[in-house]
Write a protein that binds this ligand. Structure first.
Ligand SMILES: NC(=O)c1ccc[n+]([C@@H]2O[C@H](COP(=O)([O-])OP(=O)(O)OC[C@H]3O[C@@H](n4cnc5c(N)ncnc54)[C@H](OP(=O)(O)O)[C@@H]3O)[C@@H](O)[C@H]2O)c1
Length: 157
């Protein structure tokens, strides 16, 4: 099972200066509940972004895969230089946690999408890549004052 999880504005914004453009605590708690201890795949930029948020504390995942084409080493993660063959051969319960370039590669492999729509207007530089949401059906929707939480599943599942 491959799940993608992300938070975006109504205009599909997801990032600003390699950070999240908003601070919405309830969505962070939701994200933590879904991903704590899980096997995750992320891009190198997102890895460094998370390291900035967590400072010296360990990232709160289980096994961490980092997609990178650089020479950098990641002491707490397994480096992946071919995301497509990694996803093709994946047998794990995997959460793809960003950012934009890794979501784009992973969308065709996604069984499930956890999308938080953050209400309001925000500025930033990174958007979720356009894809056909009609390939997925809503299996859960929860709305609060600040966020709409959707879970989608691929139509043929
Ligand atoms: N709102 C959310 O839920 C959410 C979640 C996660 C991240 N974000 C935001 O998204 C932004 C970061 O996104 P991003 O697209 O810049 O970075 P990213 O996806 O985190 O990382 C990109 C990295 O992946 C590498 N890469 C690209 N294609 C690859 C491949 N086929 N195999 C292996 N490695 C590959 C790139 O290498 P090269 O540079 O060498 O090409 C680059 O180092 C930040 O603003 C972050 O805060 C938001």
């Amino acid at each position: 099972m491959i799940s993608l999880i992300w938070a975006m504005s109504e205009k599909w914004l997801i990032g600003k200066d390699n950070k999240i453009p908003w601070h919405v605590k309830e969505d962070l708690l939701y994200y933590k509940e879904k991903t704590n201890g899980k096997t995750v795949l992320m891009g190198e930029n997102t890895y460094y972004s998370l390291k900035g948020y967590y400072k010296n504390r360990p990232l709160p995942y289980g096994k961490i895969y980092v997609a990178s084409l650089s020479d950098n080493e990641f002491i707490d993660a397994i480096k992946i230089d071919d995301v497509i063959s990694f996803l093709n051969n994946n047998k794990e319960d995997l959460f793809v946690v960003g950012g934009a370039s890794i979501y784009k590669l992973a969308i065709p492999y996604a069984n499930r999408l956890y999308i938080s729509i953050i209400k309001g207007e925000y500025e930033g530089d990174t958007y979720f890549p356009k894809f056909n949401l009609d390939d997925f059906k809503i299996i859960s929707k929860n709305e609060t004052e600040k966020v709409i939480y959707y879970i989608y599943e691929r139509n043929d599942e």
